[in-house]
Structure formats: structure tokens, C-alpha cells
Design a protein around this ligand. Sequence first.
Ligand SMILES: [Zn+2]
Length: 336
Amino acid sequence: MLSEPSRFIFSLPKAELHLHLEGSIEPSTLLELRQRHRMDGASLAEVEQLYDYKDFAGFLSAFKDVTGHLRAPEDYELITYRLMERLKAQHVLHAEVIVSAGVCLWRKQDFAAIFEGLERGRQRGEKDFGVSVLWIFDAIRQFGAEKAQSVLDLAIQFRDRNVAGFGIGGDERAGPPEWFAEVYARAAEHDLHLTAHAGESAGPESIWGALNLKAERIGHGLTAGQDAELIEELAERQVPIEICVTSNLRTGCCADVAQHPVRSYFDQGLMLTINSDDPAMFRTSLVEEYALAQQAFGFTDEQLRELARNSFEASFLPADKKVEFLNLFDSAATRA
Ligand SMILES: [Zn+2]
């Protein structure tokens, strides 16, 4: 059992770079959405059952069920605002929030209207909590390249309204990176930053594939350790890895906490950031992920400070904003 995250962890200014909006909906908010849409089975216990699953496939299916509650732009506004409220409580100053735009398209929702809801939530959250948010639009890889192009169309359309990046997620083995070469090339032409879930449920070849797509960050990178040459490449190029330990344990992608490579990656000089991925669905939070790094892997306060600084350094913020956050981090962290 973990003990509470320390005061140091709370007070450390942090950014979160791998955070799914739809995976951040607390059961109580989901219950509110069920009532809003007059869906059955509206007790908290029943709603909480939605967050129980046994493996990666079960998790993807639960994720899909949760997104089934998101029907109106107001729903997206509400969950964005609630997420930012929780970020503020953990002293997270900036977050790059992944929106499964591919799910909206699959449900044939009016995405332009949904985006207005997202932006209303973001603006209210920024005003009330002082948290900065950029969006990353995520395509569902197993749906194929054509569907991913449609998600990219949306990212391009809203590029100037805080959409910083494009990525792929979902079932890695059912949608290898090679399918998405043209999509990623086009995203880069439109000055979108690139990230990809890679080496989460597939082997190191999937991480090489993501690097070939010119992904600037790697989501998870859990299986990189199986390939010494890859580790060398990641270390030399200082490719940021979005580490999500609890997620990997809860989906069964990593069988046991003792087998998680976060410590060895750090010791081998990889550029790591700490993330919660789907905090509500994994019953975690960013501060708990920092506490886990400290308590299960022996990261010192000084090392956590380095990881927190990395989270700003590896962000997709424009250069001037990044410098602003790093300066703020450096002056605050020396006092922490
Ligand atoms: Zn993810």
C-alpha cells in the first residue's frame, strides 16, 4: 500500500502530457451524465462497475462504454472543467489533454459543436483554476488510416484553437504504425506536434515504428527495454517517454510493479515524464504516480524534481510559453 503523496510532491509544479479526457471522468460525474441522459442503472455502485475490467481488451471496452455517456457539447464542457479542477488541486500547471476525436466520428457526433463545449470548459477552467490546457487529437489505430485522416482533418481545422498535436491510440497490434506514415507526414506539414502510443501492448518494433513516423514523444514505451539498440537511440536523442505506471499494471500490460522498467530507464539516461493516463479509470492521479515512483522505485525528491521539469521541457507549448513555465518552475522548485 502506498502512503499519501508527500507535501513536496503536491507542491512541485507539474505538467501532465499523457492524459485522456474520457478516462478522467470520475464515477460521480458519470452518474450525473447518466441522469442527465436518463440512462438506466444509475446507482453509484453500478456506475463504478463500469471501471472494473481484467485486461487490456476489457479496458478498451470499458473506455468505449464510458464515452457512450458523452452525448452533448455540455457533457464535454463539464468533464473538461472537472478535470482542470482536479489538476489545480495537484498543482498541475499545464496539461496536454488527449481527446478521442476518433470515437466522436465513429459515433457520428457533430464534432464542431463538441469542440465548442471543450473550449468553453477549457476557458472556464483556465479562468477559475489558472490551469493551462492544450488539446491532442487521438485517432483509433485499429480503425485504419482513412479514419485517422478524418481525425487529422479536425486537428488541422482547429489547429489555431489550442490543438497542439495529433496521435494514435487503441489496439496497437491491430493497427501497426506503418499504416499511418502518410497521416503523420501530413500532420507534420500542418505544424502539428506528433505523439503515439507505442510499446504499450506491442513490442519494441512498434516503438521503432513510432520513431519512423517522427513521433516526438512516445506514449508508454513499456517494451523498449527488450531492445538494447532502441534504448540507446531513445537515450541519445532524449526522446521523451510518457511513463504511466499504474495504467500499465491495471491493463495487465505489465504483470507486476517489480517488472516495470521506469527505474532502469531513468538509470539508463532516458528522458522520462510521469503521467496518469486515465486517472479515473485507473483510480489514480498524477500526485499518486509521483508517490508510486518514490515509494516503489526509490526516486528521490531531487529526481522527482527532474521528472517534473522534464514534463514542461517535453511539452508541446510554444517556445515562449515553455520558457515562461520553465522559469516559473525553476524559481518555485528551488523553494519547494
Ligand atoms: Zn493513453
